[in-house]
Design a protein around this ligand. Structure first.
Ligand code: ATP
Ligand code: MG
Length: 671
């Protein structure tokens, strides 16, 4: 219940208890009122039945009075006096018969003073009946006036009778009795369309009734006349009953007025129905009024609540609750507005503090970032410097090596050049002189066929014939040898290019050729390390040259020779390794050149071991080598790359498939 009440809206909280109290009071009032009405209705009913009983009594009295008036009118007629005086029954009949039918009388009896019946007119229902009217007849014969009730013997019928004397100026002539039956017709006439029923009874024996549910002669327990209206049951219905007594001179007749309780119940039901409607109407009015009151009370409160909600939802602290009343709601609105202002101020302060904090933290972050960047930059610079240092160092060593080698080669070439030139230059003269000496010897042999025995012995010892035949051959081979030495010396000089250290026009094919010449000893077939392969000789490496048509180009020729030297030496190493691993029986280096897009492009390919994909990206890194310690420094390709890319603005690429071979592509732009 508490939970339910807590869940209600404020207006409902105000309205519901009020409604409950009002309804309860209202209902209680209605119940009390209803009961009061019911009681008074019942009372009214009782009152009405009593009134009705009185009216019935009056009506009965009126009937009596009518009879009295009628009898006086009849009795005082002269013609009737004369007829009685004469005992003229015929005349009496002539007079009375029309009167009986006009006045609707049930009986007319005329008697003389001796109680002899002169005329006794009755209606059909009484024609054979024995009317117990001796007393009445006697009274009439004495000329007395009497009002009475007379029984009909054996029949449940009662006659209301009136007597009067028939007098002449001479005295009393006789008496007349007129009567009317107290029957259902009379009762219906008295009831006259009323919803009430009438029953004549004597000692609870029904004589006449307007109620169909009860028959004539039936016995019923009717209330005593001195009792107020009482409830009785006839058949299966209840009635309010009130009995009254009509008294005659000798007899009396009781009449009971019945009023069906169902009518009372219907009236009561209708009353409750009206009260119910009244309750509903009242409840609706109370509910509407309650709702209006609650709305009036909560309207201002709602406005404040809505502002409170908007303030929290929109975080809008510029909103203000409207102050429309001076009651508690008004005070609440004022307090709430003050609270908003205070929160707004606090938030502004917090925001300012946050802003400051953020600024501080941003500044701090920026400083840290700057420091970190500076440190990182320094670190990178240091790394770079270290790298540069290493590179420079190794380059210096390499350069020094190459330069020493170049100088050595150049020195040797220079030293060899002069003696070889002596030999080569004098060989012509030696040949000429030898030819002349041989020609002179042939002349001596022609003109002196038989020389001195000493000469003959010397000739035989020297085997002059063979000598003359072989000497020119020796000279020719000496010429070839000297020529070869000259070529080698030239190649050494071209390779070292000591005299051409600066940027000059050079023939790349010439550089390749001189490099190949220097590497000649490595290209030749060789006996391999006895420990590994005992009986195998490494075959000669075949160099296939497919030179294209490329012009002489502007370059550092000596440095490019160094590039060729590095790449070719690597190719020879790879081929040797492949052969040792039994991978390739035929060792080939293919050198091709072409002019492609203003670039002199040289391909140097071998069918050696190839380069695994994982290390291909590291080939040009300084100090990267896969060769055993002492054999390789890992600087060859790094320096070559530098010479091609940086010094000549060209490109150096490597294409390799492991187990198939490697190809280096050098591209130098033609300037
Ligand atoms: N033609 C090739 N076939 C297979 N591997 C090669 C070839 N050329 C280069 N390499 C690989 O590239 C590596 C680096 O070569 P690089 O010439 O720079 O150094 P290196 O030959 O090891 O030593 P060095 O400084 O004596 O030349 C080699 O160790 C080798 O593994
Ligand atoms: Mg190398």
């Amino acid at each position: 219940m508490q939970k339910f009440f807590r869940g209600l809206r404020l207006s409902q909280k105000i309205v519901l208890p009020m409604l409950a109290v009002c309804m309860s009071v209202f209902m209680l009032g209605l119940v009390v009122l209803g009961n009061w009405f019911t009681d008074s209705l019942q009372q009214n009913f009782r009152q009405e039945i009593v009134s009705f009983a009185e009216r019935v009594y009056q009506d009965f009295r009126y009937e009596q009075q009518t009879l009295e008036t009628e009898i006086e009118l009849i009795a005082n007629r002269d013609i009737l006096n004369q007829a009685v005086k004469k005992h003229d029954r015929g005349l009496l009949l002539q007079i009375l018969l029309p009167l009986k039918s006009i006045l609707k009388l049930d009986c007319i009896k005329v008697v003389d003073t001796q109680s002899n019946v002169l005329v006794d007119l009755r209606n059909n229902s009484l024609s054979q009946a024995n009317i117990l009217d001796e007393v009445v007849t006697r009274t009439a014969s004495r000329g007395a006036h009497l009002v009475d009730l007379v029984d009909v013997e054996g029949e449940e019928q009662v006659l209301q009778v009136v007597t009067n004397g028939i007098k002449s100026s001479a005295g009393l002539l006789g008496g007349i009795i007129i009567g009317r039956l107290v029957d259902d017709t009379l009762l219906q006439k008295i009831a006259n369309g009323s919803s009430k029923y009438l029953i004549y009874h004597r000692q609870n024996r029904v004589i006449a009734t307007t109620l169909l549910a009860i028959a004539k002669g039936e016995n019923c327990q009717f209330p005593s006349p001195d009792l107020p209206a009482t409830q009785i049951a006839i058949g299966n219905k209840n009635y309010l009953a009130k009995s009254i007594v009509f008294t005659g001179a000798s007899q009396s007749l009781t009449t009971t007025v019945l009023y069906p309780i169902s009518l009372l119940e219907v009236a009561q039901w209708k009353l409750w129905e009206h009260l119910g409607r009244l309750f509903l109407l009242g409840s609706s009015i109370v509910a509407v009024i309650g709702f209006l009151i609650a709305r009036t009370i909560t309207r201002h409160l709602k406005a404040v609540t809505q502002i409170a909600q908007r303030v929290t939802q929109e975080s809008n602290f510029d909103l203000q609750a409207p102050v429309t009343t001076e009651d508690e709601v008004g005070i609440l609105a004022i307090s709430f507005n003050q609270l908003i202002q205070q929160v707004k101020r606090l938030l502004a302060e917090q925001h300012e503090a946050n802003q400051k904090l953020e600024d501080y933290s941003q500044a701090l972050e920026q400083k840290v970032e700057e420091r970190t960047q500076a440190l990182r930059k320094k670190n990178i610079d240091l790394k770079h410097i270290l790298h540069e240092l290493r590179r420079t160092q190794s380059q210096l060593i390499q350069n020094e090596k190459m330069s020493s080698l170049g100088q050595l080669v150049a020195g040797i070439a220079h030293e060899i050049n002069n003696p070889v030139n002596f030999i080569y230059g004098n060989l012509k003269h030696t040949d000429d002189y030898t030819q002349q000496l041989l020609w002179l010897l042939q002349l001596y042999q022609k003109y002196y066929p038989y020389p001195e025995p000493e000469i003959q012995n010397a000739q035989q010892e020297a085997d002059i014939e063979y000598l003359t035949e072989d000497l020119p051959k020796i000279l020719t081979s000496m010429k070839i040898g000297a020529n070869r030495i000259r070529e080698i010396v030239l190649s050494l000089r071209i390779f070292s290019r000591l005299d051409e250290a600066e940027f000059k026009t050079a023939d790349l094919h010439e550089g390749i050729e001189s490099t190949l010449l220097i590497l000649q000893h490595r290209l030749k077939s060789q006996s391999l390390d006895a420990k590994r392969l005992v009986d195998r000789h490494r075959p000669q490496i075949t160099v296939i040259k497919e030179y294209g048509d490329i012009p002489k180009i502007q370059c550092f020729a000596g440095q490019l020779n160094q590039v060729f030297m590095n790449i070719l030496a690597n190719a020879i190493d790879a081929l040797e390794e492949a052969f040792q691993n039994g991978l390739c029986p035929e060792l080939i280096i293919r050198i091709s050149s072409a002019l492609v897009n203003e670039n002199a492009v040289i391909h140097i390919a071998d069918n050696g071991i190839g380069i695994p994909e994982a290390i291909q990206s590291h080939l040009f890194d300084p100090f990267f080598t896969t060769k055993p310690v002492g054999k390789g420094t890992g600087m060859g390709l790094s320096i070559s790359y530098q010479i091609v890319a940086e010094k000549h603005g060209g490109s150096l690429r490597c294409i390799s498939s492991p187990g198939q071979g490697t190809e280096f592509v050098i591209a130098i732009p033609i300037r």
